[in-house]
Write a protein that binds this ligand. Structure first.
Ligand code: BG6
Length: 300
């Protein structure tokens, strides 16, 4: 099914469009096209697997070895990590939201040519361990990509404690050539060094080995400067106190069954959320909104 926006004064070429398709593994997928860009979202995990501006390489890295199977995470794009981040004894890493089918609640091509879709996490048995909550994910596609994860505590009397993270894999020309700016002076947990707490000293972080860091109490914009693709990526966020930077490098890449041995060279994860000491405690009736805007420009 395809739908075009018809309201408003947009010129025909500015109308946004949503097409419903069977994606890889026959998983249901939404293909969005606007005058500026295209995007793909799987209902499985509410997982964005693509955002591409016209005349630009894809913004998001996708592994050629990714699984597209119920119950398994997709490798690449933007996994939605919720309600926990990282390992939990006896439970799957990074929460259940990324391996469950979400429901499409609304899609709205707007008169200005943007397209927004709203997905909701259904009430799965795994949620019973928590206070009653709703989780909505609103994706807006235009010249940039805006993501909002809205969590509401629906319980009349219980606190809801959770972590969230939009685990974004960016496509880069050569990971050893990029610089990541915006984290200088921020303290981080270095997972590669056994969660030792350190402080970022670099104005322009370079990647030359495995990196797995949880930057804490940081709300600022992060920039990825990519001289090989001639592109600067901006990661702007609100309602997020943590930034995670991850590249598995050589040995870890080889251990991952759903990731190519050399693919670490073409990706960097810069993830925005609220994890570890920045986890969220929502009072009864409270709402938390994590907003991330991803955009790119030519590197001067
Ligand atoms: C990162 C974590 O966010 O995700 C890493 O900090 C982890 O420790 C990586 O290896 C990938 O996780 P997964 O579960 O998708 O393989």
């Amino acid at each position: 099914m395809t739908t075009n926006a018809s309201a408003g004064k947009a010129t025909p070429e500015a109308l946004g469009r949503v097409t419903f398709l069977d994606g890889q593994g026959e998983l249901p997928m939404l293909e969005i096209s606007t005058a500026w860009s295209t995007a793909e979202i799987y209902l499985h995990g509410a997982h964005l697997t693509q955002f591409k501006k016209q005349h630009e390489p894809p913004l998001l890295f996708m592994s050629q070895c990714s699984r597209f199977t119920e119950g398994q995470p997709i490798r690449g794009g933007i996994p939605v990590i919720f309600p926990w981040f990282g390992a939990r004894e006896g439970l799957a890493q990074h929460g259940f939201a990324r391996v469950k089918a979400w429901e499409l609640k609304e899609f709205a091509p707007a008169p200005d040519g943007s397209v927004s879709v709203r997905l909701r996490l259904p009430d799965y048995p795994e949620a019973a361990a928590y206070a009653a909550f709703t989780a909505d994910y609103i994706v807006t596609v235009n010249q940039s990509l805006t993501l909002q994860l809205v969590i509401t505590n629906q319980s009349p009397d219980a606190e809801f404690i959770f972590e969230n993270c939009l685990h974004t894999y960016f496509d880069v020309g050569d990971v050893t050539a990029i610089s990541i700016r915006g984290l200088k002076g921020v303290s981080y947990l270095d997972k590669v060094a056994g969660f030792v707490e350190k402080t970022e000293t670099s104005d322009a972080l370079r990647i030359a080995s495995e990196v797995d860091r949880i930057y804490q109490n940081t709300t600022g914009t992060v920039e990825i400067l990519d001289p090989r693709l001639g592109r600067k990526i901006l990661v702007e966020k609100q309602g997020s106190a943590s930034t995670v930077v991850w590249n598995p490098w050589i040995a870890k890449a080889r251990q991952m069954p759903d990731f190519g041995d050399e693919e670490y060279e073409r990706m960097i994860c810069v993830e925005s959320g609220n994890v570890a000491s920045n986890s969220i405690s929502l009072p009864p009736g409270g709402t938390s909104t994590l907003t991330v805007k991803l955009s790119s420009e030519t590197l001067k």
